[in-house]
Design a binder for this molecule. Structure first.
Ligand code: AMP
Ligand code: GLY
Length: 420
């Protein structure tokens, strides 16, 4: 079959790598893709936010299956357009993508199905929001309702900080994403991510992971898209996973179907786990980046089978064959990220994992210029490994990363520390 993957990050490179190994995949196109994806797929330019353009492109290239990587095209209705043209599609329609695109929507769904989550208020004017903050006190969490590239969450430790965050959001710090604001109880515990596929009705869990959001070692420094991840996440024990499924995931999928907006795609649930009780922090409607890289190296070619079953509505007849293994991914980012950084530096040593079946270098922001791979983004590479234990995967990844020759990049030295 002919497959099109939309996106250009490490997540999409990992998906392309896994899918290209499945014999069902005859032809793989990534749009727009990156320099790493070009090794396993044809990369072509395309405006992935434009549903009509995506449909025309898919028809022109005789695509049988479209996989949508990032959240922005999902929220913009690219999934609706592809499905509307009778092309098999992985990723939810826009109304189901509200589970990521609107925090207030997710809170409403949780309330409707009694899923454990932080207590909250939802506001569209600053005065009411300020009054709520005054009655609740600090610490408290202030969130822009809409998509803000992971930046619209302020954890305010004091009352003045909380009031300032409310004012900043209503003053437009996060643009349209902040015209509505959700204010939440501050939850304590350990965070973990859980990935489940749903075809709208059936549910298939496909693994747990934990990422490292802060830029520097010891969870210090600014928040980023994620500086590394490992899978499985130790905090998601069988008992916690059971509770998460029966109290949060299954009721959410049922509520979405009941409303006539079934969720089809991957639901990436962030939990706060305390005393064995998971509570929902947030949903995303796509794979995590870099969590996806760790899941892909564990699942390999069967990733295509499960994504297809999800799109075809046959998840009840599908299962995942787990090797009892662990995976870890370290992000290499350009010096300065998540602030300002330079593009164009040359990266060497990228063939260091070529002979190791338990390691892959997935590219994120890279570009080939005159036959050389250069840095072209904030997060640039994902050194991804697996092993029988997390310690083994960790050792393999940190041995490999030393062979990458890129002085203009940096990485965290403590990925996986909580579980090691
Ligand atoms: P979100 O974009 O909603 O995932 O929030 C980003 C990060 O903020 C989460 O991964 C948590 O670390 C933290 N966070 C969000 N909501 C809460 C909450 N109610 N209590 C504690 N931490 C939170
Ligand atoms: N790594 C977190 C995310 O993809 O949202």
């Amino acid at each position: 079959m002919n497959i099109l993957i939309l996106g250009s990050g490490g997540r999409e490179h990992a998906l392309a790598w896994a899918i290209s190994q499945n014999p069902k995949c005859d032809n793989l196109i990534c749009a727009p893709g990156n320099a790493g994806m070009a090794a396993v797929a044809t990369c072509l330019p395309l405006d992935i936010m434009d549903g009509a353009a995506v449909v025309a492109f898919a028809q022109q290239h005789h695509i049988d299956f479209v996989i949508i990587g990032p959240e922005a095209p999902l929220a913009a209705g690219v999934g609706d357009a592809v499905r509307g043209a009778n092309i098999l599609c992985f990723g939810p329609n826009a109304d189901a993508a509200q589970l990521e695109a609107s925090k207030a929507f997710t809170k409403e769904i949780c309330a409707a199905c009694n899923a454990p989550t932080a207590a909250y208020g939802h506001f569209s004017d600053a005065a009411a929001a300020r009054a709520y903050v005054q009655t609740k006190g600090a610490p408290i969490v202030i969130k822009a309702d809409g998509l803000a590239a992971g930046k619209g969450v302020i954890m305010a430790m004091t009352l003045p900080e909380a009031l300032a965050a409310v004012d900043d959001m209503f003053d437009g710090q996060f643009g349209n994403a902040g015209t509505e604001v959700v204010i939440e109880e501050f939850m304590t515990g350990e965070e973990a991510s859980f990935f489940i596929l749903s075809d709208g009705k059936n549910i298939l869990p496909i693994g747990t992971a934990q990422d490292h959001k802060r830029a520097y070692d010891g969870d210090k420094g600014p928040n980023t898209g994620g500086m590394g991840a490992y899978s499985p996440a130790a905090v998601m024990t069988d008992a916690v996973t059971q509770k998460a499924m029966s109290e949060i995931i299954e009721p959410t999928i049922a509520e979405m179907a009941r409303r006539g907006t079934p969720f089809q795609g991957v639901l990436f649930a962030g939990f706060m786990v305390e005393n064995g009780q998971p509570r929902l922090v947030e949903y995303n409607v796509r794979f995590g980046d870099p969590e996806c890289q760790a899941l892909c190296i564990r699942l390999g070619a069967q990733m295509l089978e499960v994504l297809l079953a999800c799109a075809e509505g046959t998840l009840d007849k599908t299962q995942v064959n787990w090797a009892d293994d662990h995976a870890l991914t370290i992000v290499m980012a350009a010096n300065g990220y998540p602030g300002d950084y330079q593009k164009g530096s040359v990266i060497g040593g990228l063939d260091c994992a070529d002979d190791d079946p338990k390691a892959q270098i997935f590219h994120a922001g890279t570009k080939e210029i005159d036959g050389k791979i250069t840095a072209n983004g904030g997060r640039v590479l994902n050194i991804t490994t697996r092993g029988d234990t997390l310690a083994e995967a960790h050792e393999r990844a940190y041995a490999l990363i030393k062979k990458i020759n890129w002085p203009e990049g940096f990485y965290r030295k403590d990925i996986g520390w909580r579980a090691l």
